[in-house]
Write a protein that binds this ligand. Sequence first.
Ligand code: GLA
Length: 694
Amino acid sequence: MRWPRGLTRLCYGGDYNPEQWPEAVWADDVELMRRARVNLVTVGVFAWSRLEPAAGAYDFGWLDRVLDLLHDGGVRVALATPTASPPPWFSLAHPDALPVTADGVRLHHGSRDTYCPSAPAYRSAALRIAGALATRYRDHPALALWHVHNEYSAACHCAHSAAAFRRWLRHRHGDLATLNDAWDTSFWSQHYGDWEQIGTPRATRYLANPGHELDFRRFCSDELLAAYTDQRDLLRTVTPDVPVTTNYVLGGWVPVDHARWSAEVDLVAIDHYPSQVGIGAEEQTALAADLARSWARRSPGGPGWLLMESAPNLIYTAGRMHTKEPGRMARHSLAHVARGSRGAMFFQWRAPRGGAERFHSALVPHAGPDSRIFREAVALGATLDQLSEVDEGAVHAPIGIGWDAESWWALQGPGLPAELDYLAEVSAAHRALWQAGIGTDFVSPGEPLARWKMLVLPARYLVTDAFAAQLGEWVAAGGQLVVTYLSGVADEHGRVRLGGYPGALRDLLGIRVEEFWPLAEGETLTLSSQPPGATGSFWSETVRLAGAEPVIGYAEGPLAGQPAVTRHRVGSGTAWYVSTRLDEAAYRWLLTSMAATAGIEPTCPAAPDGVEAVRRSTPDTSWLFLFNHTDRPHRVPVSGTVLIDANRGPGELAHPQPVSEVLVPPGGVAVLREPSPAPAAERGVHDPQDIRHV
Ligand code: GLA
């Protein structure tokens, strides 16, 4: 399957909402899209009330004209099913399909995402409109991709949801005795004697049952996935050659396990809006793109993925919007492309006059095309055109970082010894290696591990026996494993493993943790040994050696003289344990020393600190992306021809000629085509299916 169907260049465009504009504006839009070299737009994502103004009565005339206009203008379409925002008539006719909060409050129509994913009326209305769109546009030449729904993220506590949850629980646990055991319901008199006694975890007096909450999160993910696959299966029946996707929204509140979902989408697509500004936003961008690429390994459509939405300019940061300075839109877009995105898409094409998001940024801002943002959009279109060839290259990273949505959910549960931010723990590991210039993948449950030489498992709270065994074999075969505190503590139901922490990983790590010593907010402990001045914070533990050797010790406090970081040789590999939150420098020192021992080099060893290097490659060619995150220009020794030269004006393209160094200005990007494949250590394993020919 070629996807998005008919596209031969990197995708460039965004959400296009022509239904918000008089028809006279549409021709102008297409003309501006041509100027900016836009080649793909998502259409109709929130247009349900305009497509089906009354139950079963469709108005497709306007969409026919829009699709024809786009096709004539050479712009292809990711046609959306508009099911994230049911129309007013639907909510009035089916009040039982409005969602109920954990407090028992039924929400009303008036925003978006206001539906219950388990309500039969919602599911059948969603299928009806998806089917009507598929039948109408199955042969339309502009149709490149199905974009189902928008950012699946709803959760509901109504009677439909409770019934669906019980069905899901029966399927997962089989019988009530097993469920009672998994949830430890003898605690606080919660033993269930009948399935009907079980509801969704609604607001309650004090701490809720952690097993109940964890299973509800799993259920929400599966229920939303079923709502997606309902539509996907229908669309595949009508248009078997058109790929189907949905755009993921990222964040701790999202009840969706994206790694599992990725087996069901033909193209992994993410929306990314960094919550930070400055260098934090660059790190968040790298992390989101590394996640998307890693999830895409599971997709039947192949390893490519797409940045489906990002903001051209103003972004929400802590209650106020933040303006993206010149160059940032292109830099972030290219940071995604460097990590494997098949293009750069935006929310949104044209800024609306009204509606809740009227001040959200757009490629065509309120000021119109005579604006900095539109000029940068035109330049970005030219840049992406110039980079079409990189779409063939895959990114290979020598180190894997564990990613587990279920551990994240379990760590958001009640009654833990400390509120641990799982994402922050994962980000800390990613950041340490990102700063060191070493590429990382994320590794999801169930994946084979052989392609990585080194693995970091931050706060992997839930560990199954099978995963512990898989890790043991991988380490014995030569893997370098780092496990951090609060890993392996619980089984897949969230029940604590007895006999000492880190439970399932005790033998592999050669230690036994007898006690947790959570540290007070702001408290730090000096650590002994390398690197000088290292400290731990947030957490500490009584670590007893059972085969491992101490590497770093606690130098003060009640645990002074005891091990903080240990190392256990197993077969030809090593399993390290880190029992406290190391300060940034110490964490970076530890991970980079291990990487060096494993023979892992930075992507571009000659790149100075603050210049990020990412490589895409095929067996014959590679492309090196360099991002200067500092405030001074940097010369980087390289070898290759320059495809993008950030010293030229926006959209001014470099003349490919061999160079031995590039000057990357502050905030700038350079892209080079390298003469021959990268060294073998850097290239990693080349799966035949990693290589796409467009
Ligand atoms: C999400 C949605 C868009 C829009 C943007 C705003 O990504 O998909 O519809 O609301 O956020 O940032």
